[in-house]
Design a protein around this ligand. Structure first.
Ligand code: MRU
Length: 345
């Protein structure tokens, strides 16, 4: 199962709002359709958002191929601004946009059609590299998973959240492939239910034993000694290792710390943001209260009642046992130890 397919002309996105009930592909042929799909979370997960945005730029650039160079560059600016306004927290979005902008700057002397061709190649590289990166994350993380481990994970960090294979779910996949006989507790992940709908779906397809639990069951499971480790993905990691991830991650890290259970973060180096010193500088996306007040379009709360919906939270580095990337693992991360990864993204 893949989050997206690029056919050379248009971007097909698997509508993740419909899963697992229906497998429905949306065909995007312009940047606005891609931006809307990111905003409405038809495509979601930090690396997948970055790759989708890159293809959005390709399609926008192609539509502007006949303009003169200045107009073309202005149009690229507008396209990138539009995509950058879709979701604020996952840094992979800004990383992918910046990667393409830098490429254009370096090759500004070329003709517009040649630049458009370079953008296409770059977007394709972002997608194919991400799969290889996730496999390396899996290899680097696998030694941290003991045989028979009962693993708790949150949100969805698999093929659907990336270009393929996954980050935290990539480590889980690698441990399973290594014959470690692991089992997974999948947090349902309120309010979007990425765990119940997407992680459970992916693991079931791979025949990795998975049991869904509601987010509030984690503490009880840990107290009963039924969790050996927690592993999650990341949307943005600050220079000191503070990590933004799906809302509920911080609570898991506090619980894991209290119960002396290892808490791992698995992410590509494109999720690192060395421009910010700590997690305090990470913008947390505030989504609509309606997404909390309704489930599957059915209202669950009394009319007129308020709800809060921060989509992410920040886990301080002191609660993280190790950050696993494709370039290596930083144990007990802090500002000094994270230096090892600087410039590697
Ligand atoms: O709101 P989402 O579904 O885009 O949030 C996704 C997450 O928080 C993931 O854990 C994170 O992006 C890592 S995905 C490899």
């Amino acid at each position: 199962m893949r989050a997206m397919e690029w056919n050379g002309e248009t971007l097909l996105l698997l509508d993740q709002l419909q899963l697992p009930g229906a497998v429905k592909w949306i065909e995007c042929s312009d940047v606005e359709q891609v931006a809307e799909a990111i905003e409405t979370m038809k495509v979601r997960g930090a690396p997948a958002i970055g790759a989708a945005a890159a293809f959005g730029i390709v399609m926008g650039a192609r539509q502007a191929v006949n303009r003169d160079k200045n107009e073309f560059f202005n149009q690229i600016e507008r396209i990138c601004d539009r995509l950058a306004r879709t979701r604020p927290t996952a840094v992979n979005l800004f990383w992918a946009i910046q990667r393409i902008k830098s490429l254009i700057e370096t090759n500004a002397d070329l003709d517009v059609p040649q630049i458009v061709e370079l953008i296409r190649r770059e977007a394709e590289s972002i997608m194919t590299e991400d799969i290889a990166i996730n496999q390396s994350i899996g290899q680097n993380g696998e030694p941290y998973i003991p045989k028979g481990a009962r693993i708790l994970t949150h949100c969805n960090t698999g093929s659907l959240a990336t270009a393929g294979y996954g980050t935290a779910l990539g480590v889980i996949r690698a441990a399973h492939s290594a014959g470690k006989e692991i089992t997974v507790w999948a947090d349902e992940t309120r309010p979007y239910l990425q765990g119940a709908r997407l992680t459970a779906f992916e693991l079931q397809q791979d025949q990795i034993p998975v049991t869904i639990v509601t987010d509030s069951m984690a503490g009880h499971l840990m107290k009963e000694k039924k969790v050996d480790l927690v592993i999650v993905g990341a949307d943005r990691i600050a220079a000191n290792g503070d990590t933004a991830n799906k809302i509920g991650t911080y609570s898991l890290a506090v619980l894991a710390h209290y119960h002396h259970i290892p808490f791992y973060v698995a992410a590509p180096t494109s999720t690192l943001d060395f421009s910010i010193k700590s997690g305090e500088q990470i913008e947390i996306e505030q989504r609509s209260a309606d997404e909390v007040l309704s489930i599957g379009g059915i209202r669950i709360a009394p009319p007129g009642v308020a709800a809060l919906h921060p989509a992410f939270d920040v886990t301080p580095h002191s609660l993280i046992t190790a950050i696993i990337t494709e370039k290596g693992v930083v144990e007990s991360p802090d500002a000094n130890r994270m230096e090892y990864l600087r410039g590697k993204g």
